[in-house]
Design a binder for this molecule. Structure first.
Ligand code: GAL
Length: 720
């Protein structure tokens, strides 16, 4: 009976297709300006579970009240065949940012990505150290997909036949405006699971959406003060005496130094590691660490978490490790309390308790051949893919716990991260070494809730050394990573003095950096971020693209014209680095007057300027009314309780206002209210002279400020 059969299959099809048809899911406001929806049946393990991030609802509550930022009926979701598809609307004029730590592009509209933790491989295809599934729209909202899976993203590339805003069909034979990339009106995302949690962050501005995302994840990291000083990583087989000598030579030559990083050779074996000191190179670890601390130098230890059979805890940890090895070392399942207790227990006892200040957690990101394969299994039941997406998060979370237990802050390095890591005091780095791309990554880190350092290793010329050095000074971690080269700041004699000046400038700016990180923590504002988040920054991509085939979707291919070589550093500074070989460059100034950081002179307003700054300088500009607090060029960051003099520099014609943050700089007591904000104001008195005031130190709170002097940079730059 063919008719009945056909009828039945039609019925089946109709039933199935209604189950498959796009749903609208209810959104619930879970924190001020943050909405959540639960699609299908999400997996029990996700990025927020791995990171344990706790929203700062009080800080979110202090932000402006806002309405749901999109039209709910334009968002749709579907769950079928162990896949969840999400669709968000995209208007013609919208640009997209984020989707993790990309190295070559800021604009993400039109991209097809698979978000996958990996060592960056030279292409912005979603495989990176922090493939954070969070994007921000230029229309002022953000979307976060809370999944520990490899997520497919079509960021405005697909065109649905039921689109309400379909692109026009054109005849390629006759129509020159035909485009291979027609306009798409949706961001489509596919998660390989039967459900997922999705979060939406309101603005009103894109920066507000980023702030809400950061605050929702516990606020940004607040490093100890010393973390913002200078750090040198030494050659891998250095011994205790070499390290002491290294510290002494910094002091002798007058270069600042706060912490030294020891590379794999501190361990008795590495790749896989034993997690105990090598007694030939470090015969008396406790004495050595103490001697270094007495010199005001902290130590950071390299590890990758893969356990050798010679590790003292090997037998006890092996039941809690995964099915596959990495460099023949076993992989602890950090989602299991048993594994954590054994692994971090060793680090605590052998290193943290004798005064080691932090870790560099290496190789938790990938290179497929090195890491465990996706088919690996782990004793907790997590699979290889989930572990890959979250191992960096777990390593950061539980290593920081060792320091939390001591009420002592740490600041370290990590090579993999993901959403929810915002408050972890870790900076991402890698083995890639393209200077321009390092700066683009620094810009993108501000969209991803992570920190990134454009570390300096070695250079072909003094020029390259200085140019790289200049940018690492204006980044979250000022570091030379000489693990293989053994380079020192003074290794290129022709630029050694300029390098020293830059390193000392880093130290002078600690009060500024520290306050800006406090704003990251308490208000969610990324200390290093894209120009696109800056008010008054406008770039007409359409005009610059000069490609007629982009008429339909001007954003799709115009990536080469995006501004990815200048960025904002803290509230007031615009940094525009130069790269090797470059003598001159263009800088796009946002609306409002901008002033030279070094001289106080006005440089322009809402325009593109062309500059030829010379090799000694990294161009830095200050917003009108900007205030930069500066301390003396000390060789070590101020210790807890140490007071320093402050020179408060004001730039421009506008009155100045600045919130200066203060706390003990070393403990977690700020989480219990042991901090203060002091208000700095610069205004003209009745005779038209600039005058600065600062609110009194808050009684009973840490106060690190001694004598204050004022410098009105722009006024001083003018001829009398
Ligand atoms: C690499 C790491 C380098 C260095 C080296 C030591 O994986 O990226 O910075 O630490 O290991 O073996």
């Amino acid at each position: 009976m063919p008719n009945l059969k056909t009828g039945l299959s039609l019925l089946c099809y109709l039933l199935l297709s209604s189950a498959l048809s796009a749903q609208q899911t209810p959104w619930k406001e879970v924190a001020p300006g943050v909405w959540k929806t639960v699609v299908g049946s999400p997996e029990s393990y996700d990025l927020l579970k791995a990171s344990g991030a706790v929203p700062d609802t009080a800080a979110l509550g202090r932000m402006q009240r806002v309405a749901f930022p999109l039209s709910q009926n334009e968002i749709s979701t579907t769950t079928a065949n162990n896949k969840t598809s999400l669709r968000f609307p995209l208007t013609r004029e919208e640009q997209l940012f984020g989707f993790g730590l990309n190295f070559q592009t800021i604009y993400q509209r039109g991209k097809i990505l698979q978000l996958h933790v990996d060592h960056y491989g030279g292409r912005d295809n979603g495989r990176t150290h922090a493939p954070v599934p969070f994007y921000v729209s230029s229309k002022g909202y953000g979307v976060f997909i809370n999944s520990a899976r490899y997520i497919n993203v079509y960021a405005g590339s697909g065109v649905r036949k039921d689109s309400k805003n379909p692109p026009l069909e054109k005849d390629r034979n006759k129509d020159k405006s035909w485009s291979s990339r027609p306009y798409s009106d949706a961001v489509e995302i596919q998660v390989p699971a039967n459900g997922v949690e999705v979060y939406l962050f309101a603005g009103p501005t894109a920066l507000d959406a980023v702030r809400r995302y950061n605050l929702f994840n516990g606020g940004g990291a607040l490093p100890p003060r010393w973390g913002l000083g200078f750090t040198q990583r030494v050659k891998t087989l250095y011994n205790a005496q070499d390290v002491k000598d290294e510290a002494d030579s910094f002091l002798l030559k007058g270069y600042p130094l706060d912490y030294i990083g020891l590379e794999p050779g501190w361990q008795s074996k590495s790749y896989p590691g034993t997690f105990e000191w090598d007694t030939t190179r470090y015969p008396e670890p406790a004495k050595f660490v103490k001697e270094m601390l007495d010199k005001n130098i902290r130590l950071n230890l390299w590890i990758n978490p893969y356990v050798s059979k010679s590790a003292p805890f090997y037998k006890s940890i092996t039941p809690y490790t995964g099915s596959h090895t990495v460099w023949v070392g076993e992989v602890p399942d950090f989602t299991m309390p048993e594994a954590r207790k054994i692994f971090f227990g060793q680090l605590q006892k052998d290193q943290v308790d004798i005064g080691v200040s932090g870790y560099k957690i290496d190789e938790v990101d990938g290179y497929d051949y090195y890491l465990w394969p996706d088919i690996a299994t782990f004793p907790s039941g997590k699979d290889g893919e989930q572990m890959r997406q979250t191992y960096g998060l777990l390593a950061q979370r539980y290593s920081e716990e060792m320091y939390r237990a001591r009420n002592q802050r740490t600041y370290g390095l990590v090579r993999a991260s993901n959403a929810g890591a915002n408050s972890f005091p870790y900076v991402i780095y890698n083995d890639y070494y393209n200077h321009e791309d390092f700066i683009t990554a620094l810009i993108n880190s501000g969209y991803a809730g992570v920190l990134w350092t454009p570390e300096v290793r070695v250079s072909k010329t003094g020029e390259e050394w200085l140019r790289r050095f200049q940018t690492v000074i204006f980044s979250p971690m000022a570091m030379i990573n000489a693990w293989s080269s053994g380079t020192k700041p003074w290794s290129y004699p022709e630029v050694a003095e300029q390098v020293k000046k830059m390193a000392l400038l880093r130290m002078q700016m600690i009060p500024y950096w520290y306050s800006e990180f406090a704003k990251y923590h308490f208000e969610g504002t990324p200390p290093f971020r894209a120009m696109n988040l800056e008010e008054g920054f406008a770039q007409d991509v359409k005009k610059e693209s000069g490609n007629t085939s982009l008429e339909e979707n001007p954003y799709a291919e115009a990536t080469t014209k995006e501004i990815k070589d200048q960025y904002m550093a803290g509230e007031y500074l615009l940094v525009a680095p130069l790269f090797t070989g470059q003598k001159t460059r263009k800088v796009v100034l946002p609306k409002g007057n901008w002033y030279d950081f070094y001289t106080g002179e006005r440089v322009g307003n809402g325009e593109v300027i062309t500059i030829t700054p010379g090799l000694d300088k990294i161009p830095v500009y200050v917003k009108d009314g900007g205030i930069i607090p500066i301390m003396p060029p000390l060789l070590h960051a101020p210790a807890a309780g140490e007071k320093v003099d402050l020179e408060i520099r004001h730039f421009g014609e506008k009155n100045g206002l600045y919130k200066l943050y203060d706390d003990d700089g070393e403990s977690y007591n700020y989480e219990k209210g042991e901090y203060s904000w002091r208000e700095i104001k610069v205004e003209k008195d009745k005779n038209g002279k600039w005058k600065g005031t600062i609110s009194a130190a808050v009684k009973g709170k840490p106060n690190t400020i001694n004598k204050i002097t004022w410098k009105f940079m722009t006024e001083a730059s003018q001829p009398r």
